[in-house]
Design a protein around this ligand. Sequence first.
Ligand code: PGA
Length: 252
Amino acid sequence: MRTPLIAGNWKMYKTSSEAIVLAKAIVKTLSTPDGTQVVICPPFTALAAVGQVVVGSRISLGAQDLHWAKEGAYTGEVSAEMLRDIGCRYVIIGHSERRQYFGETDEGVNKKCRAALASDLTPIVCVGETLAEREAGRAYGIVETQLKGALSGLLPEQVQRLALAYEPVWAIGTGRTATPSQADEMHAHIRKTVAMLVDAEIARSVRILYGGSVKSDNAKELLERSEIDGALVGGASLQADSFAAIAAAAKR
Ligand code: PGA
């Protein structure tokens, strides 16, 4: 009942012209609809160009961040409306790299979610613990706190429209994935937390993606788990073949 979602987070890679080449290759490789949704999230500077490439294809466009204000004197920032205007349908919010290097807080994540939803963008809200937190037995508590903060005050129908991404920080870019059962267990915990915070039915329908060193050779064992509804892919989304193989593994 939950449509699988595969999102490629290109991070700070690809100039506009390089992004066009990659996007074209992805559109070509993933031309046949197979019941999964696929999103690519290039850097801001390439969004408009990539938007032109994916138009009319099964690939949607997403951004990697946004500002919560509608407009204003916020040098360097980009609003939800600006993203919508150039064809974005999704936006990643609260990625651990933003939390770690740019001071993103749960409160900021919440404000960004509201802004995205108000402009009809689908937020992909990231949560996840660090290695130290996991080793101290605090992973579940940390993720719960992040969820509480992110979803605070959102209406059930708003929560239904977003996607969550569990991304253990120790698995991002490290080549070390959570085991399928570690991920599955955390996803079940996230679903339970959403049921508690929001509504049981919404919790059953909200999509929870896994992210952290998802590659073509481990995607299947992760994506076949019942609680894992898709993937947020970093490194492996920078090549059309590996990204397409991951998307194919999400087919139900
Ligand atoms: P990775 O990144 O696939 O390169 O580990 C995932 C992410 O940061 O979203």
